[in-house]
Design a protein around this ligand. Structure first.
Ligand code: PAF
Length: 282
């Protein structure tokens, strides 16, 4: 039986815990999450478990990454069952602060981004990455983990965090894991819980459209045409797509040509009131 994780509520306690592990010569891994943990999160925990001596998961529904009309209030909050899942994986600590701990009155600093943060999600959620980068910076500075784990499901987020860690010279290696999917291809996401049974049946068609579009691009021909076909396929399936775009996989710059560079196909689409995102390598 694993010991239950120690529950930390303040950045001071987070720092004291990780500092004491480091002083014993132990390595530390962090898994930043907003809770409502699914198997994608748990895969990140398991990989961290293999790589470092001590694992801390963070649970914080970060208000600054939600727009005024988004689902901040509705976002699932399941701390007790999250901590129970983390306990079964032998996580040593869970950092679950409240909003005042992360953003005390008078908090006035936000990270400003360019590079991989430009376009895609930012075109539709302009507040999003400043909120993510600011909270992730605070978490990494709170614990100085040796590694921090992120899923490729949020591919643009992963590249934004990597760029921020590089630019701010934070002493943490960002480790990415492939998207975990349901058997029918749907990428795991805490927001899948919002889908009605009908929508859930349609949802895997997002991954299917990405696969079909990537296959068409790989086989040659006019990329813009393939992207249009993919977009149309999403609409025909009942989605309201925000974007389906091909980007350089390392910079997220628009590729002038498809040859000789790693490529990523990224999409965001609404199904009813739920916004799904997904991406695949091309
Ligand atoms: O991916 C998420 O769950 C969040 O964006 C993160 C990285 C925990 C920051 O709030």
């Amino acid at each position: 039986m694993n010991r239950p994780p120690v529950l930390l509520r303040t950045l001071t306690d987070l720092r004291a815990n990780t500092a004491s592990w480091h002083s014993e010569g132990l390595t530390v891994g962090m898994i930043p999450t907003m809770g409502a943990l699914h198997d994608g999160h748990l895969a990140l925990v398991e990989e961290a478990r293999r790589r470092v001596d001590r694992v801390v998961a963070t649970i914080f529904v970060n208000p600054t990454q939600f727009g005024p009309k988004e689902d901040f209030t509705a976002y699932p909050r399941t701390e007790n069952s999250d901590v129970a899942k983390l306990a079964t994986l032998g996580v040593e600590a869970v950092f679950a602060p409240n909003a005042a701990e992360m953003y005390p009155p008078g908090h006035a600093t936000t990270i400003s981004l360019a590079g991989p943060a430009l376009g895609l999600e930012t075109d539709y959620r302009p507040h999003f990455f400043a909120g993510v980068a600011t909270v992730v910076a605070k978490l990494l500075l709170g614990g100085f983990p040796d590694i921090a784990m992120f899923g490729e499901k949020d591919y643009q987020q992963l590249l934004v965090v990597r760029q921020m860690v590089k630019d701010l010279r934070l002493p943490t290696e960002i480790v990415a894991l492939p998207t975990v999917r349901e058997a029918d291809g749907l990428a795991l996401s805490s927001r899948n819980a919002y889908l009605s049974p009908d929508e859930r049946r349609t949802a895997p068609k997002l991954a299917a459209a990405l696969e079909a579009t990537a296959a068409a691009i790989r086989s040659g021909g006019d990329v813009a045409h393939h992207l249009r076909q993919g977009f149309n396929a999403l609409e025909a399936a009942g989605f309201r797509p925000d974007y389906l775009e091909l980007r350089n996989a390392e910079t997220l710059a628009q590729p002038a040509a498809v040859a000789d560079q790693p490529l990523r196909l990224l999409a965001a689409a609404w199904l009813g009131r739920t916004r799904l995102i997904d991406n695949i390598a091309v």
